[in-house]
Design a protein around this ligand. Structure first.
Ligand SMILES: *Cc1c(COP(=O)(O)O)cnc(C)c1O
Length: 402
């Protein structure tokens, strides 16, 4: 038995089977590359679902974490600590907003946004108690908690997990007329991913986000943008909403905010909105802890340089040009996405998404399939053009192009 086989058998024996990982066991990683327990190297074209936008073990982020590890790592929010104010101020500034409520995981931040929108609805908008509704999109992914799966349209995510939380209206993603028709006086928020990640990197039709902005402004409804996967450089802008010149009322951030080092998430909004909270009404033991703040502050500083957004734009243009060629040869039926982010639908005669992912793994490239036919490509934004080209050459090889 190889080390890989032994560790996978043990993971299967003792770890719950809530994932179906590719059969590779990573031991170390650096930049866009991972090395497994057998010493084989793999190019990471998934980047932890965008949690690793700045690459594995990014020096600046590891140094920031290490420095903070030697000072103080956790205080709880019962006391102030000396990284919190800077973190909130600088994240608010990066977002062009006023206030920050830090949490840890993405799901917690979306939960927080749901609670924020409801409280704002009752306290500010004046919705009668218990009547608040939130409009969401079909094929959404906002996390795995009981409330968030209550408005999922994915049977796998919901089956056997009811009863569900009421108060959500689901409309088809990208359908502005349906959204407009669903908003009522009791609607407190529209919650959307500006680009749907888990759904296969689905970009809404042009004008959709701007239309949602218009409807929500007209109807006094909060526009809550879940930028957990689309945000922080991935699409070539700090926020995917920027591609349509849209500023939502609330950003929900996570994944890359923790630099691939620690889980950091946040809800970012105005004082009118986040000002609804009073002590004791919401919280998290680990949310906004010193280590998280130190790492996130470095992430924010890196994003402020614009360097990563620029890379995502330039390499993303190249990526989409190259993937476009596979559409013209018929190996791929569709390519969606923006920046260094693509959902690639494989033509069925060349294999399923899973099969392509496994064949790529055998050639030293790691990606992940979604929804059967789709392979998601989201390299760390620090990937070199040469490495990206090498990865694309492996994709052509497994598809039998050239
Ligand atoms: C990953 C993701 C989440 C959930 O984040 P977790 O940290 O896994 O809880 C929520 N929304 C979007 C858009 C995501 O991509």
């Amino acid at each position: 038995m190889t080390t890989t086989e032994r560790l996978i058998a043990s993971a299967d024996a003792y770890g719950a089977h809530n994932y179906h990982p590719l059969p590779v066991v990573v031991a170390t990683a650096d930049g866009a590359w991972m090395t497994d327990v057998e010493g084989r190297r793999f190019l990471d074209l998934l980047a932890g679902y965008s949690a690793l936008n700045f690459g594995h073990c990014n020096r600046r982020l590891i140094d920031a974490a290490r420095a903070q590890l030697e000072r103080v790592t956790l205080t709880s929010r019962a006391f102030h600590h000396d990284r919190f104010a800077d973190f909130c101020a600088q994240l608010a500034q990066l977002c062009g907003m006023e206030m920050v409520l830090p949490m840890n995981t993405g799901a917690e931040a979306v939960e927080t946004a749901v609670k924020t929108a409801r409280k704002w609805g009752y306290r500010v908008k004046g919705v009668p108690d218990g009547r608040a509704r939130i409009v969401v999109a079909s094929d959404n992914f906002h996390g795995r908690t009981t409330t968030l799966i209550s408005f999922s349209t994915d049977a796998e995510a919901r089956t056997d997990f009811g009863p569900f939380t009421p108060g959500f209206d689901i409309v088809p993603y990208g359908d502005l007329a349906a959204l407009r028709a669903t908003v009522t006086e009791e609607t407190v928020a529209v919650l959307l991913e500006p680009i749907q990640g888990e759904a296969g990197v689905r970009v809404p039709p042009p004008g959709y986000l701007a239309g949602v902005r218009e409807v929500t402004r007209e109807r006094n409804v909060l526009f809550v943008a879940d930028e957990i996967q689309s945000g922080l450089g991935r699409t070539g802008r700090t926020f995917a909403c920027e591609h349509e010149g849209v500023v939502p009322d609330v950003y929900v951030l996570g994944k890359a905010l923790g630099g691939g080092v620690v889980p950091v998430s946040a809800v970012v909004s105005s004082r009118e909105v986040l000002g609804v909270f009073r002590p004791g009404e919401h919280g998290s033991t680990f949310g906004g802890n010193p280590l998280a703040c130190a790492v996130a502050l470095e992430v924010i500083a890196m994003l402020r340089s614009g360097e990563y957004q620029r890379r995502a734009t330039e390499l993303g243009d190249h990526l989409h040009r190259e993937l476009g060629l596979l559409t013209s040869t018929g190996h791929v039926t569709a390519v969606r996405g923006r920046g260094l982010w693509a959902g690639v639908d494989i033509a069925p005669e060349y294999g399923t998404g899973r099969e392509i992912s496994e064949r790529l793994m055998d050639r030293g490239v790691l990606v992940k399939d979604t929804h059967g036919v789709t392979v998601r490509i989201a390299p760390p934004l620090v990937i070199s053009k040469e490495d990206l080209d090498w990865g694309l050459a492996q994709l052509r090889a497994v598809l039998g192009v050239d």
